[in-house]
Write a new protein. Sequence first.
Length: 332
Amino acid sequence: MYGLVTAVRDLSLSVRRGEFLTILGPSGSGKTTALMMLAGFEAPSEGDILIAGKSVAAVPSYGRDQGIVFQSYALFPHLTVRQNLEFPLEMRGMKAAERATRVHSMLERVHLADFGGRMPSQLSGGQQQRVALARALIADSPVLLLDEPLGALDRNLREQMQSEIKSLHKEFGKTTICVTHDQEEALTLSDRIVVMRAGRIEQCDTPEALYDRPATRFVANFLGEANFLDDPVFVSGDERAGAPESLPMVRPERVRIASTAAASLDNADRRQIVTGSVEEMIYAGPLRKYRVRVGNTVLFVREHVASGQQVFTPGDEVRLDWLRADVRSVKA
């Protein structure tokens, strides 16, 4: 708690050995506080934290055997790259010769073998991130904590570092807990994702299950765009009557767009078909994104750009369709 504010409540979570688990949520959801308690920088007001079956709730951060990577990297600015990597080994009493061998091996692994003598200020953001990861891994701690590890990088560097982190996790097999607000990052890196909201776990599952079968409207919206089909134009009253608290939802990439003059669909009995008017078309490189008004609702459509594809502009009347089997029911 922070004064009268409870940042995290009723948090019960088990992390499997060697798993990459991401805690995902918007600002104020409690994800960073959860990580700070795991790291030992915050003490829980009640409950316990166990690592390998042993309580560490009362153990200070420096007494916990875990590596930590911060968003700001937190490299020692007055030490060279090599000295930054040597520091945790020296704190553990490792002899100089063994430190040098391990540092050299780790610098090669993160593709920085020629940068050991540089100062952190002489490195790019991506290189600093590699040093921070290397320093967290070099002491061979069983647990690795990542606090918004790629938040300071541009898109291209983030994608490169996502691949690097996945590779390092596969190679070292560390139990890794990552905190981020970046949905793409969480989906790319994780074995499981914990979605938090207002200090509580909203849903915990694999990336594919969370995206394809979100439990609530909040999760569906937070993990990408979602079309909610609660307007009577989409669902009949009989279908709504059985589950008043549920809300039908379909992802934008499951929706197809075509001209109203297009040929009839062969499997129309298995599809939901509606007509509407294009309000906006956004070209996004490999994708085109449409906003289409159907009755009182605006639906989102995403389709991959292809040669010879018909392009629709605002004002065009179009037909939208999707498989009924692709509709998911979420808690409203």
